[in-house]
Design a protein around this ligand. Structure first.
Ligand code: UGA
Length: 350
């Protein structure tokens, strides 16, 4: 099987390539702006990497849509800070650029596996979000945060529509706070525009405060990326066509934690971490910050977000196992190595 992954150097794409090369005989054609997260696979004869930009390398993309069996359009901005500061860029990239790719899948009759998002459920009041029955609840237009959720939602609906009208073969999967190595880069955390775990890791490494936005009581269910990959790989294998025309939440409802709890747990791990002790890095404080100060106007939060994973369990036997303690420890250890590598670059440049 030939798989086309656009955005192959992202968090999901980079882990996925590793899994595909390790566990299958498939060929991967991947494009991204850079390759630092997939550099270890570049020598593999089944991995065909191309440096490129989804909005420029249009011919390359169309050619490979035509020649591959499955297409994963993973290119997207997925950090809430950018939804608020640059909503049109989110729309143009996450919606417009991917729509073009989806239409090519329709044209060449290719299977598309599209990353929807937990954000589409927004402020849904259900205790567990269900793919086919939960309402998708977003906020008013001045709350720019919702541009990501609604861009993804509209593309979900468009893909569904193509399935309905043109028999497009598709699956939508919805990641619920996947975390682990390679989640964002510490460079974005430096600017304060990273997702929670990377942001806190950066703050810890620099002895800076961990900021709880609007109190820190808001909750997320964190899913280790290795568990998430088990789920995504079963969707890609698609035995018996069981993933066709369906939507799947992929998350770990057992790892349901408040932001404050994550801050405390990360501090606990960091307190005795050899890297901190070696460098004598002062232990960060936990402080409060308003969302206005942290994100700017136009931010509205999701207070509770729990996936129903019944469909994944019943269809594929999905059973996420990695607990929060292990997931956080792995992520911190990875970011420590990235931090050291960044320091080396600065030294060399200096
Ligand atoms: C994420 C992103 O929108 C997407 O990556 C993704 O599609 C989806 O949700 C998902 O991964 O399921 P969110 O969970 O709000 O959204 O992203 P984070 O930036 O990780 O924030 C989590 C919570 O921590 C938010 O309530 C945020 O306000 C809070 N936070 C974040 C802090 O209190 N302090 C910080 O320094 C950073």
């Amino acid at each position: 099987m030939k798989i086309l992954i656009l955005g192959v150097n992202g968090f999901i794409g980079s882990h996925l390539v590793g899994r595909i090369l390790r566990d299958t005989t498939w060929e991967v054609y991947g494009m991204d702006l850079g390759n630092h997260k997939v550099s270890e696979y570049l020598g593999n004869p089944r991995f065909h990497y191309r440096e490129g930009d989804i909005s420029i390398s249009k011919e390359w993309i169309e050619y490979h849509v035509k020649n591959c069996d499955v297409v994963l359009p993973l290119v997207a901005i997925a950090t809430p800070k950018v939804y608020v500061t640059d909503p049109l860029r989110v729309f143009e990239l996450d919606f417009e650029e991917n729509l073009r790719v989806v239409r090519q899948c329709v044209k060449y009759k290719k299977r598309v596996v599209f990353p929807s998002t937990s954000e589409v459920y927004g402020m849904c009041p259900d205790a567990e979000f269900d793919e086919e029955t939960s309402a998708l609840v977003t906020g008013p237009i001045p709350m720019q945060r919702w541009i990501y959720s609604t861009s993804k939602q509209l593309l979900d609906r468009v893909i569904w529509g193509y399935g309905f009208r043109d028999n497009l073969q598709f699956t939508l999967f919805r990641p619920f706070n996947w975390m682990g190595p390679k989640l964002d880069s510490l460079n974005t955390a430096k600017e304060g525009s990273s997702r929670l775990v990377t942001q806190f890791a950066w703050n810890l490494f620099n002895g800076e405060p961990l900021k709880l936005v609007d109190g820190g009581a808001q909750r997320r269910c964190f899913c280790d990326v290795e568990d998430a990959m088990d789920g995504l790989m079963s969707i890609l294998r698609n035995e018996g066509g069981k993933a066709d025309g369906r939507i799947f939440n992929i998350g770990n409802p057992a790892n349901d934690h408040s932001v404050q709890d994550i801050a405390e747990r990360m501090l606990e791990i960091w307190k005795d971490h050899p890297f901190r002790l070696e460098r004598n890095i002062p232990l960060s404080q936990i402080v409060q910050e308003t969302s206005g100060a942290f994100y700017g106007k136009g931010y509205q939060d999701v207070l509770v977000r729990t996936p129903s994973i019944r469909r994944m369990r019943e269809t594929f036997g999905f059973d996420p196992k990695i607990g929060i303690k292990e997931a956080l420890r792995k992520a911190i250890d990875f970011f420590v190595e990235e931090h050291k590598a960044m320091e080396k670059i600065v030294e060399t440049e200096g």
